[in-house]
Design a protein around this ligand. Structure first.
Ligand code: COI
Length: 355
């Protein structure tokens, strides 16, 4: 039971939903009618309001812009055939956001604001949730430091905001990924395990270099030896080697993905062998050479399951088996979709109903 938050609600007088085909919009570019904004000052969360989505005035000295005290989450809401809206495992995102907040010296967001605000927001913007098979409403909660000050210190003021946007597939095609052995995403003791805005900014230049070579994404390797695989782009990485699900173990350089956790839970439920451990480049290339690297895919909220059809390493390219032959990832993708859309029983209690 989520405690009820004291949230002021100002509804829009003119919904923009009819201006879009919510089942057919590009990812992250059209925003629904309302947003939640909560303010932290004087050591406490003071105000939370839902208001029409709009631009807001801000100071160019705002500390988030200069020193990166900025964290976020990504979740998705789905509509079943009866038009009921549910969110996939939002309490996990709530917990992860507060882990990120602690590491970034930011205040934790209370559950009644995160969850209570989310519920109220989704009740108002239910008509923005797509009904298409692969559609969802992408939910972006974020927390930013708002002090108007250039000194380097933890801000005294913050804003917690939730905006949402209808979304279809993040990747329209299977992807090719390049193992990155020069640049790094995260190092031990750093912030790789939190959803800090800077983790994404720093990924863009290496990703651009990989794209210039014909890849869509990179696979990050460990910062010390560049010999172990960590994540792929903005996703966790999973392999089917022979008949075992193999994925890099969580550490302080890897984001604890909620889709990753869900895929592993399903694999275990289906009686498959699951190994969470260090995964070396050598092991994956050897599995490829031995013909037992059956599947490789990225998992994340935005992408859900992104099939990897080939892996690049230095000057070599290793094509992987066709997507049509991939029984595990196809089944896991379909099962997740069916749970989310209410087409099969949610035995693991992952769907949070908005009522
Ligand atoms: C998500 O999957 O929600 C992500 O964080 C990826 C995103 C940066 C689009």
């Amino acid at each position: 039971m989520i405690a009820k938050a004291d949230i002021k609600i100002e509804k829009t007088t003119h919904s923009r939903v009819t201006e879009y085909d919510v089942n057919n919009v590009p990812f992250g570019k059209c925003f629904s009618d309302h947003m939640l904004v909560a303010e932290y000052a004087n050591g406490q969360w003071e105000k939370a309001s839902i208001m029409p989505y709009k631009d807001v005035p801000m100071s160019y000295a705002m500390s988030a812009l200069h020193y990166g005290q900025a964290i976020f989450e990504g979740m998705k809401a789905y509509k079943n055939d009866n038009g009921e809206v549910s969110v996939f495992r939002p309490l996990e995102n709530f917990k992860r956001m507060n882990k990120s907040a602690i590491r970034m010296a930011m205040p934790e967001v209370p559950e009644e604001i995160f969850m209570g605000g989310l519920i109220e927001l989704l009740k108002l913007d239910a008509s923005w949730v797509p009904t298409s098979e692969t559609g969802s409403l992408y939910i972006r909660p974020f927390l930013i430091a708002t002090d108007e000050a250039i000194g380097v210190k933890a801000s005294d003021t913050y804003k917690f905001i939730i905006i949402t946007c209808p979304a279809g597939k993040y990747y329209s095609e299977p992807i090719k990924v390049l193992i990155e052995t020069n640049y790094i995403r995260a190092v031990e003791g750093g912030v790789g395990f939190v959803k800090a805005a800077g983790n994404y900014g720093r990924s863009l230049y290496p990703t651009r270099l990989a794209q210039q070579k014909g890849y869509q994404q990179v696979i990050w390797t460990d910062g010390k030896t560049h010999s172990f695989l960590e994540e792929s782009g903005t996703m966790n990485l999973i392999f089917l080697i022979d008949d075992t699900i193999v994925t890099p173990a969580l550490s302080d350089t890897i984001l604890a993905g909620i889709t990753r956790n869900s895929v592993l839970a399903l694999a275990k439920e289906w009686g498959m062998k699951v190994e969470e451990r260090k995964v070396s480049i050598d092991e994956v290339l050897k599995a490829h050479a031995d013909g037992i690297l059956k599947e490789a895919f990225g998992v994340g909220t935005a992408a859900t399951v992104a099939q990897i059809i080939g892996i690049g390493h230095v000057d070599n390219y290793y094509p992987l088996p066709p997507v049509e032959e991939r029984k595990f990832s196809t089944k896991v993708d379909e099962t997740l979709r069916n749970i989310r859309k209410g087409k099969i029983e949610d035995t693991l209690h992952w769907m949070f109903k908005v009522q």
